[in-house]
Ligand binder design. Structure first.
Ligand SMILES: N[C@@H](Cc1ccccc1)C(=O)O
Length: 511
């Protein structure tokens, strides 16, 4: 485990001065190490400082040449000593009489079949280098030393060795197997052509000079890249081991809950607000906070008898409540919007459950919601909510607190704070805060409560049924867990694609 390697190293040493070197010396993937460092930093197990370096990396074209040989060498090698016609040359599969092991032969064979584009570049470079005699009928090789040409590949390999931090040949095997194989392949092909293996053997480990870099850059075979890493020291919460948490969502976890259908981002104000006993003059229902739809502006269908009961509870109360004592307007309820919370789906589900006949249920959903918010480091106008609810007879606030303690300790978030809050649809209500070590402040990660009778009873649920419910941000706890201090690094167009490419996929087996 890379995390134990980091913590173990810091137990005996003051500092990891360069995460890149640390990763490559230990055969750890640097991206994986970076994620671990960020997470440890988030929990103040370590202090991490950014390091940035400008590096040259091979472009896709550069990588093909590093793997298959430079185009000019490919062309040169494809020409037999007696010469060849141009047409033939293009499709040639020429064979050199060499003694190689089977995999070496396979590599050699691969390079002989030439792509027409590579052929064109290779031919013009080979002619420019004066390696080829272009007769009317025949193309023949000139008796040349192609050390220069092999250098193209070796220059590329040298860029790569520097990038990998490889300093000598023995290091190669454990630095990168694939790279070592490629290098070996070039040594074989090029040694036998130029017959002076020791010269090229040394070449990859020489530091590449600015002139060579320039030439490679001009041929677009290399490109600059900013490499980001960390230097790491012990943090205030340092311990040689971190308690492990079950962060994976297992099939077993999921099976105990039913997933709510959250595939409609457009919702009516009725299900998003009115059914939740949210009065029509509530500020959240203003266009400053909510995105209303222009087309289509209103919903087509609402269950009429239920709408009537909702109207009555808003206006006059009932079920032991006074209601809000205002004039409830159907037009307000009809307005379409982008749902502001997935609790809109919870209200639909509970209504449906009441129609079907009550049975104890556990529901969850994870999906997108929208709010007309000013975007900053911790806010986006669209984000994801993890919604959950449990309905059964006789549930209490203690059950709700129990669920959170269990849920968040399993996610590895130990510093939690609950604060009394207000929601029109829950009583009591609690906000949940988690401490963000990086931002050095408490961050709200969710909101919760027990649904009010004014919401449940008009639906037709039995009187003793209690519903504990919560809506958590998906992004906030993720930021805390991974030490990310800007939500835009996690979601939206500024996300670093390598984060997506390199992070493991979570797959949940369904039989
Ligand atoms: N809908 C609330 C979360 C919540 C869900 C369920 C009960 C209480 C609160 C929000 O978006 O913040």
């Amino acid at each position: 485990m890379a995390e134990e390697v980091v913590l173990g190293f810091l137990e005996k040493n003051d500092e990891i001065s360069d995460s890149g070197e640390f990763a490559s010396e230990r055969g750890i993937d640097h991206q994986e190490l970076t994620n671990i460092i960020k997470s440890l930093h988030g929990f103040r197990f370590v202090n991490a400082q950014d390091i940035k370096r400008e590096r040259w990396v091979l472009t896709e074209e550069g990588r093909t040449y590093a793997a298959a040989g430079s185009p000019e060498v490919q062309v040169f090698l494809a020409i037999p000593p007696e010469g060849i016609s141009l047409e033939e040359l293009q499709g040639v599969l020429h064979w050199f009489d060499v003694e190689c092991s089977p995999w070496e032969l396979k590599f050699l064979a691969l390079t002989r079949k030439m792509d027409p584009a590579v052929f064109k570049i290779g031919r013009s470079q080979a002619i420019k280098n004066q390696w080829l005699e272009m007769g009317k009928q025949l193309v023949t090789r000139k008796g040349v030393d192609i050390l220069d040409s092999t250098n193209l590949v070796f220059r590329l390999l040298r860029v790569e060795t520097q990038f990998l931090g490889v300093k000598s040949e023995p290091e190669l095997t454990w630095k990168s197997d694939e790279f070592a194989q490629r290098l070996r392949f070039h040594l074989i092909t090029n040694c036998f052509v130029i017959g002076c293996g020791h010269v090229v053997l040394l070449a990859p480990f020489q530091v590449i000079g600015p002139k060579e870099i320039d030439a490679l850059k001009q041929r677009k075979l290399i490109a600059p890249q900013t490499w980001k890493g960390y230097s790491v020291r012990k943090g205030p919460n340092y311990a040689p081991k971190r308690k492990k948490f079950a962060t994976d969502l297992t099939r077993d976890n999921l099976q105990r809950f039913e997933e709510m259908p959250t595939n409609n981002f457009v919702e009516s104000s009725f299900w998003n607000f009115d059914a939740l006993f949210q009065p029509q003059q509530h500020p959240a229902r203003d266009s400053h906070d909510t995105f209303f739809l222009q087309v289509p502006p209103t919903t087509k269908f609402l269950p009429e008898d239920y709408v009537e009961r909702v109207k009555r509870v808003h206006e006059f109360g009932g079920y032991g409540s006074r209601g809000y004592e205002y004039d409830w307007k159907r037009e307000e309820a009809n307005k379409n919007l982008l749902r502001t919370h997935t609790t809109a789906v919870s209200s639909r589900m509970l209504y449906r459950l009441a129609q079907e006949g009550f049975a104890p249920k556990k529901y969850f959903s994870i999906d997108r919601v929208f709010r007309n918010e000013a975007v900053d480091r911790t806010h986006l106008a669209e984000f994801h909510q993890i919604e959950g609810l449990v309905c059964d007879r006789g549930l209490t606030l203690g059950d709700l607190i129990g669920v959170f303690n269990d849920f968040f300790t399993r996610l590895g978030m130990s510093k939690l704070k609950f604060k009394p809050a207000y929601n029109p649809y829950t009583e009591p209500s609690m906000e949940i805060f988690g401490y963000h070590e990086g931002l050095k402040k408490w961050v709200e990660i969710g909101n919760s409560g027990m649904f009010r009778p004014e919401m449940l009873l008009p639906m037709g649920l039995p009187e003793d049924v209690r519903v504990i419910a919560w809506g958590l941000s998906l992004e906030r706890p993720t930021m805390i867990l991974y030490g990310i201090d800007n939500i835009r690094d996690l979601f939206g167009h500024k996300v670093d694609l390598s984060l997506i490419k390199k992070n493991p996929l979570c797959r949940i087996g369904i039989e």
